[in-house]
Design a protein around this ligand. Structure first.
Ligand SMILES: CC(C)(COP(=O)(O)OP(=O)(O)OC[C@H]1O[C@@H](n2cnc3c(N)ncnc32)[C@H](O)[C@@H]1OP(=O)(O)O)[C@@H](O)C(=O)NCCC(=O)NCCS
Length: 142
């Protein structure tokens, strides 16, 4: 199931982020800021018999994906794909023409996910992340 994140979810979101992004996980404060921001949306993936196990956070004006992660125990089950489908439907409904994101050049699972969903590489940003890693900039016309 996919639902809107609340402030009560931030501790769990932080746990997931630490596992998924050991070098640059969002803090609880980062998640609270994103959830409270009227221009942002944070949707969670969860199951009645499981804790919340994934999320997508994006800017609803620009269609920019701020973050996306699925708990390692729940990866490869189609959840990121489902979150992107719902995200793209939202952009379509609100006539936001383009979905956008950055992804680290060495993040093969994420790169494969976006390519599979029709995102195209549009740019290369050197030292985009605090760690010094380079990023690819990708877009998909909705
Ligand atoms: C990238 C990530 C979000 C994918 O989540 P997921 O729920 O496992 O992905 P899905 O099960 O929906 O997979 C959809 C497609 O993505 C690609 N993919 C996902 N994991 C992959 C992997 N480990 N290796 C290669 N391709 C992969 C495949 O094309 C897959 O389609 P297939 O199952 O038909 O082969 C997840 O690995 C993750 O949270 N990683 C850490 C955080 C991160 O990198 N976030 C993205 C930041 S831009």
């Amino acid at each position: 199931m996919i639902g809107t994140a609340t402030i009560e979810d931030t501790r769990r979101l932080r746990e997931i982020d630490k596992l998924c992004f050991p070098d640059n996980a969002w803090t609880i404060a980062d998640f609270k800021k994103e959830i409270k921001d009227d221009n942002k949306i944070v949707w969670c993936a969860w199951h009645p018999s499981l804790a919340l196990f994934g999320y997508i956070a994006f800017d609803k004006r620009s269609g920019y994906i701020d973050s996306l992660a699925i708990h390692p125990n729940n990866q490869k089950s189609g959840w990121a794909n489902d979150l992107l489908i719902v995200f793209e439907r939202y952009l379509d409904a609100y006539e936001i023409p383009t979905a956008r994101l950055h992804v680290a050049v060495d993040n093969v699972p994420a790169l494969m996910l976006y390519l599979k969903r029709g995102y195209k590489i549009k740019g290369y940003s050197k030292k985009y992340y605090e760690s010094g890693a380079d990023a690819l900039y990708m877009e998909k016309e909705i």
